[in-house]
Design a protein around this ligand. Structure first.
Ligand SMILES: Nc1ncnc2c1ncn2[C@@H]1O[C@H](COP(=O)(O)OP(=O)(O)OP(=O)(O)O)[C@@H](O)[C@H]1O
Ligand SMILES: [Mg+2]
Length: 363
């Protein structure tokens, strides 16, 4: 059950945290056993099903996983953007000492404005069609900065220029529909970064942008982090982006965490067969295009009928090494090395052997 703390702890005088003893974690962001389920006519869709992780200020967590694994649903959940009428959300989300799952919608909205920003996968969902692009960036900037409209406007033009919008001093007065798709995405990034967020969630921030603009945007995100010590969640299909930007990686499969590790460990000593598959199948900025990608056999499960045992078992080439456990028992996410967790029944030594002898040489 969510720990329902009074609203004044979230937005109260002087940001008191005297409820901290009731279970508030020390991490800046801590997600505990988060579940986000959607009842539908076809059955209950378990988009996120028991996810836990922590993120400190100044750190970047990369979230990877195939399409439909629950990455965007998790992000929207952290921002409190699911409609509570059709989403069942449980577990806890602690942000800087305040718990969000049990908090009122108003409190979450206030906190979102003050501390969080998101770069959405779909830029249209983030910009209001009735206001000019400039107006929206100016408003986002003034939430955190006590400055005149003129100063904020200059900042907006500056930001539009930084994300690569040509003639920003003219385009600032355009409406979102006057921008092309790629420009809208850049404008949305400008808006998100203008909030100086303490927590930035970037959901595929650079897909559909050309490589030069991608690099510019990643630089801007890095600058933001340096200046404001922001915590960043970076969701991407590009392992090169993860490798470059993230400190840790969370590998999601069917709404759960399959593996969690420092980037170094996830790339060089991964301990989950699904991560092995991803490393062979995802494009990377830092690799030659000609290198062959090896798709993971099979498809992800329906989130209405997730297989018993390990959700990955129908696609796992090594499930016979588990004495049937993969089919019968859900594997716990266990810490196997400091800071390195994986949910897999295959004996650890065996996994190390397979990685070193079979998988790594082929990548
Ligand atoms: N409102 C909803 N009602 C029912 N099912 C939903 C709803 N929102 C998302 N889902 C389902 O939840 C699952 C996870 O979706 P999500 O958008 O988080 O995937 P993702 O990991 O972000 O994928 P992608 O890489 O394609 O962006 C999908 O199967 C999706 O159909
Ligand atoms: Mg998504």
């Amino acid at each position: 059950m969510a720990d329902k703390r009074p609203a004044e702890l979230i937005d109260g005088p002087g940001e008191q945290k005297d409820g901290a003893a009731a279970g508030a974690p020390s991490a800046f962001l801590e997600v505990r056993d988060l579940k986000i389920h959607f009842p539908t006519d076809d059955g209950l869709v378990k988009s996120v099903d028991g996810l836990s992780f922590q993120l400190e200020r100044g750190r970047t967590l990369g979230i990877v996983g195939e399409s439909g694994s629950g990455k965007s649903v998790t992000s929207l959940g952290i921002l409190g953007l699911h409609n509570r009428r059709n989403a069942r959300v449980s577990g806890q989300i602690w942000l800087d000492g305040a718990e969000l799952v049990g908090a009122s919608a108003d409190d979450v909205r206030r906190l979102r404005g003050r501390k969080m920003a998101m770069i959405f996968q779909d830029p249209l969902s983030a910009m209001h069609p009735f206001y000019t692009v400039g107006h929206q960036i100016i408003e986002a900037y003034r939430v955190h900065n006590d400055v005149s409209k003129q100063v904020a406007r200059k900042h907006a033009i500056d930001m539009l220029g930084k994300v690569g919008i040509p003639k920003p001093q003219q385009r600032v007065d355009d409406f979102p529909h006057q921008f092309s798709g790629g420009m809208r995405q850049r404008a949305m990034i400008a808006m998100a970064l203008s909030c100086d967020p303490e927590l930035l969630i970037a959901d595929e921030p650079t897909t559909a942008l050309d490589v030069t603009v991608q690099a510019q945007i990643l630089d801007l995100i890095r600058d933001l982090q340096q200046e404001f010590n922001s915590a960043i969640i970076m969701i991407t299909h590009d392992l090169g982006v993860v490798a470059e930007l993230s400190d840790d990686i969370l590998v999601m499969y069917a709404g759960r965490c399959a593996e969690y590790a420092a980037v170094e460990d996830a790339f060089h000593r991964p301990l989950h067969p699904y991560t092995w598959g991803l490393l062979g199948s995802m494009p990377r900025l830092d690799r030659e295009r000609s290198e062959r990608l090896m798709p993971i056999k099979g498809t992800p499960p329906s989130l209405i009928n997730v297989p018993d045992g390990c959700a990955f078992n129908p696609r796992c080439a090594y499930k016979d090494l588990t004495d049937g456990k993969s089919i019968a028992e859900r594997p716990e996410l266990r810490e196997l090395e400091p800071g390195h967790r994986a949910a897999c029944h295959i004996p650890l030594e065996k996994r190390r052997e397979i990685w070193n002898d079979e998988i790594a040489p082929k990548l």
